[in-house]
Design a protein around this ligand. Structure first.
Ligand code: ATP
Ligand code: MG
Length: 573
């Protein structure tokens, strides 16, 4: 798949908030085919939700909201081997955080195991399902290929009585894993491989998070999904494109069984992002093999990771809206997502000052032991956000990058003899550079002009740069974590062998950063961690407190930089 430029803008045919799925829903409501719309979001609890799921959540819950219907949260818990309560809890937390509410409509496919079983017996009685004793390898070979038809199983013509007896004994746990399966009897020569007698049930002696050891057989996705939709009176069962070829099977089950409603399946393109892998198998492996610190590692594309990184839920919703819903697969530039994050944070984040790589500045003509408070605005476009006091004194820190001893022509920040403005404070001029034995610049001796308080000279003289700073005494130390893409290629391997595409520099730790104390002012530390909002460190980007922080040691995450430095960051590696 090539990076599709169009997908990184808006879908050509879509108006804002409209797409082909919403069009179908509207037509069905207008024509009276349905009385109200019912959708569902059906995660399998075998991992945490990621940004791709956010697209599906916003679509399903969004449609229900916009058309006055309802959206169910249904756990597709039909594979106990990989499913865990931890995931069930995390998924609910994440859907809520994203801003959606299923009300009382929380369901589990496992709630329907008994009914699904009953319908399977109905199919057997109708001569439309049979127990197959072939082993998995025989089944695979006899399924045929895209160009060759399959072969009928030697067990295909078992009598209804024998099938019922064997199926009941499968349920009773008489046979080991893999010994037999129940298959729908459709057509081994079908051009659609999904219709070549698909598996409905397999034997699995495993502990299920909800039904414990009650069941020894578990339904397949293809069998469970549509029937669960029918039980819940889902009108529009929306899923991703790879299920398009499964739709005839979806319809076959609905047609053959006496289910309580007639749902329909519709497919849309899944979200793919550059520099990102959204396969749950790979994400699970990243966690298990400790390439990341956990499901909520801020480098992960999971909702838990993005939340911890400081990404607001509103930014995810904005992003999903911008990319639209289309019927052709494409890859969206991850820069688009960062754009949405900046859009939201620029409006909401209060401004602060912090220095990530400090260089000490001594203002020689500022009296020793003296300090003063200067006023800084919290948000340039929002006067209601108010102002705050920041401490100024003889010793300050500025960013190492804001000084060059031998600057090239276009470098207007601090250098020997050069005058710059300290944001909200004074003009300063660099008089002397202090170095250590190894020749590194360790301190700058500067002077300030007391007449420039607030940042303007009464004689009207100008400076070419304004730089940020913090007071050496009043600022607080912190570790700042800068996150670069987890993968170093725009189209990383999404399966086996993904490790080779991991970015070895996805995490940069700056351990000597200094922050304006207002970062943690006014609230208790515990509340701050829970209820924190990212701030903009002026000239640097958006940052938030990480949960690894303790009152003795602050850890700060960079949510996103101020500009789209994406390509550059990656090149730097
Ligand atoms: P798997 O089935 O391999 O475990 P999955 O990502 O499909 O992984 P599910 O829990 O089955 O996980 O997904 C729940 C819903 O989210 C499904 O309806 C699925 O189509 C949708 N979904 C999953 N990934 C994406 C994506 N990248 N973009 C859009 N929707 C997605
Ligand atoms: Mg799935």
């Amino acid at each position: 798949m090539a990076v599709d430029e169009k997908a990184s803008g808006k879908d050509a045919t879509a108006e804002p908030g409209r797409d082909f799925i919403r069009d179908i829903v509207k037509t069905d409501l207008d024509s009276g085919r349905i009385k109200g719309v019912v959708t569902r979001f059906p995660p399998e609890p075998n991992g945490y939700l990621h940004i791709g799921h956010a697209k599906s959540i916003c679509l399903n819950f969004g449609i229900a909201e916009e058309f006055g219907g309802r959206c169910h949260l249904r756990f597709d818990d039909t594979n106990p081997v990989k499913e865990e309560q931890e995931y069930i809890d995390a998924i609910q937390r994440d859907v809520r955080w994203l801003g959606f509410d299923w009300g009382t409509n929380l369901f589990y496919a496992s709630d329907y195991f008994e009914r699904l079983y009953g319908w399977a017996e109905d199919l057997i009685r109708a001569g439309l399902a049979y127990v197959d004793d072939q082993n998995p390898e025989e089944m695979r070979v006899n399924r045929g290929t895209l160009t060759e038809p399959g072969k009928n199983s030697p067990f295909r013509d078992r009598s209804v009585e024998e099938n019922l007896d064997l199926f009941r004994r499968m349920r009773a746990g008489e046979f080991p894993n893999g010994a037999r399966v129940l298959r729908a009897k459709i057509d081994m020569a079908s051009g659609n491989i999904n219709l070549r007698d698909p598996v409905m049930y397999r034997i699995l002696h495993a502990h299920h998070p909800r039904t414990g050891t009650e069941w020894k057989i578990y339904p397949s996705y293809d069998y469970a999904h549509g029937q669960s939709d029918a039980i819940e009176h889902i009108t529009h069962s929306v899923c991703t494109l790879e299920f398009e070829d499964h739709r005839p099977l979806y319809d076959w089950f609905i047609a053959k069984l006496s289910v309580p409603s007639q749902p329909h399946q519709y497919e849309f393109a899944r979200l793919n992002l550059t520099y990102t892998v959204l396969s749950k198998r790979v994400l699970t492996k990243l966690v298990q093999d400790k390439h990341v610190s956990g499901w909520d590692d801020p480098r992960m594309p999971t909702l838990a990771g993005l939340r911890r990184r400081g990404v607001p839920a509103a930014a995810l919703r904005d992003f999903v809206k911008r990319i639209g819903v289309a019927k052709a697969n494409s890859v969206v530039d991850v820069g688009m997502f960062e754009f949405s994050i900046r859009e939201v944070l620029n409006k909401t984040a209060q401004r602060r000052m912090a220095v990530l790589k400090p260089l000490k500045v001594v203002i020689e003509n500022y009296p020793e032991g003296q300090s003063e408070e200067l006023e800084a605005v919290n948000h340039p476009d929002d006067p209601a956000a108010g102002t705050r006091k920041i401490a100024f004194g003889r010793e300050l820190y500025i960013e190492q990058d804001d000084f060059m001893e031998n600057p090239p022509k276009k470098f207007f920040r601090l250098s020997p003899g050069m005058e710059v403005r300290l944001r909200y404070a004074y003009f300063i001029t660099c008089k002397e550079v202090v170095k250590d034995a190894a020749g590194n610049v360790v301190e700058l001796r500067c002077t300030y002009d007391p007449a420039t308080k607030g940042g303007n000279a009464p004689d009207g003289r100008k400076v070419k740069a304004t730089i940020h700073w913090v007071s050496a005494k009043e600022s607080i130390p912190a570790e700042v974590r800068i996150y670069n893409p987890l993968f170093s290629k725009p189209d990383p391997t999404g399966g086996e062998g993904f490790e080779k595409d991991l970015n070895p520099n996805s995490l940069e730790i700056l351990s000597d950063a200094r922050l304006e104390p207002a970062m943690i002012a006014d609230v208790t530390f515990e509340r701050l961690l829970e209820d924190q909002k990212p701030v903009q460190f002026e000239r640097l980007g958006y940052f938030c407190l990480d949960k690894d922080s303790t009152p003795g040691k602050l850890v700060i995450n960079r949510t996103v930089g101020l500009r789209d430095t994406f390509a550059k960051d990656v090149a730097k590696g």
